[in-house]
Design a binder for this molecule. Structure first.
Ligand code: A3P
Length: 292
């Protein structure tokens, strides 16, 4: 049972989901869904943790300033683009002038209801869940308050059951993909960003209605590269945010590649996971996912 395994020092249960206390609490989650007013000119990046959220956030911040890196190099990422469910910034966001660029890991059922009746834009970033598992496994091992995973297999099983922060990846992904026709919604893949950064930036610009010159697009790609973000301390959420600083000793930017899962999954684990994936996601076109 999920309830039995919750470690109250680092998370709390909200409607059956294990949520990290370092960011939210029951009040902020209730406020986010029931009262937070999304505006027509908002852009919101939504993701399951470790999907490339900070990467896409950097890209959108750079697009906003035509590739000029001054903003991303002088203001910490969590202030440039606050989390809607973050207890510290939620109330400030209400008074912030638009257009706002915000971030959220919330599953669709906990997302602000007001979004579904306005023209705000959501950019949803998806990543191969095997790489997400690998990434979270490493971060969990550097999470001070969190019970360390006993081993990779134990963590993999918990991930499959959804007994991890923000609940099941499968439910998060299905929930959002099924709602994609309800609003202004762009689905972008981590793997696509890796394979074709220029095409991805152009696609995002088109979605945002923003025209950049080829030189400005070069700047966006250059300043959002893994090496540039690794050097820019303002991009490192874990290091810059005093609460996360205390909670997590892993680097926010770890490897930044596709396919690191191959160094962690056994053949049997991979086959079992693929089978589970196909069963859970059978209502979607398998051609949707670029990792198959
Ligand atoms: P790894 O742990 O596999 O390296 P999130 O921002 O959603 O927490 O996702 C973090 C993951 O995105 C980490 O994956 C991190 O290294 C990767 N990432 C962040 N910035 C990146 C970039 N510019 N290029 C490639 N990967 C990046």
């Amino acid at each position: 049972m999920l309830q039995d395994s919750v470690e109250t020092s680092e998370c709390f249960l909200f409607e059956g989901l294990r949520m990290p206390l370092v960011l939210s609490n029951v009040e902020t989650l209730r406020f986010a869904r029931e009262e937070f007013l999304v505006r027509d000119d908002d852009v919101i990046i939504v993701s399951y943790p470790r999907s490339g959220t900070h990467w896409i956030t950097e890209i959108l911040n750079l697009i906003r300033f035509n590739g000029d890196p001054t903003w991303i190099q002088t203001v910490p990422v969590f202030l440039r683009s606050p989390w809607i469910e973050d207890a510290r910034f939620q109330k400030d966001l209400i008074n912030q002038n638009g257009p706002r660029l915000m971030v959220s890991h919330l599953p669709v059922q906990l997302f602000p209801r007001s979004y579904f009746s306005c023209n705000a834009k959501v950019v949803y970033i998806l990543r191969n869940p095997k790489d997400i598992i690998t990434s979270i496994y490493h971060v969990s091992r550097g999470f001070v308050y969190r019970k360390q995973p006993e081993n990779f297999d134990e963590f993999l099983n918990r991930f499959i059951k959804g007994d991890v922060h923000y609940g099941s990846w499968f439910d998060h992904t299905l929930g959002w993909i099924k709602k994609r026709d309800m609003g202004s919604f762009l689905l972008i893949f981590y793997e696509e960003l890796q394979r074709d950064p220029r095409g991805s930036v152009e696609k995002i610009c088109q979605f945002l209605g923003k025209k950049l010159t080829p030189g400005e697009i070069d700047l966006v790609i250059q300043h959002s590269s893994f090496s540039a973000m690794k050097e820019n301390k303002m991009s490192d959420h874990f290091a810059m945010d005093s609460r996360l600083q205390k909670a997590i000793i892993s680097p926010m930017l770890r490897k930044g590649v596709c396919g690191d899962w191959k160094n962690h999954f056994t053949v049997a684990q991979s086959e079992d996971f693929d089978k589970f994936f196909q069963e859970k996601m059978s209502s979607l076109d398998p051609g949707l996912f670029p990792w198959f």
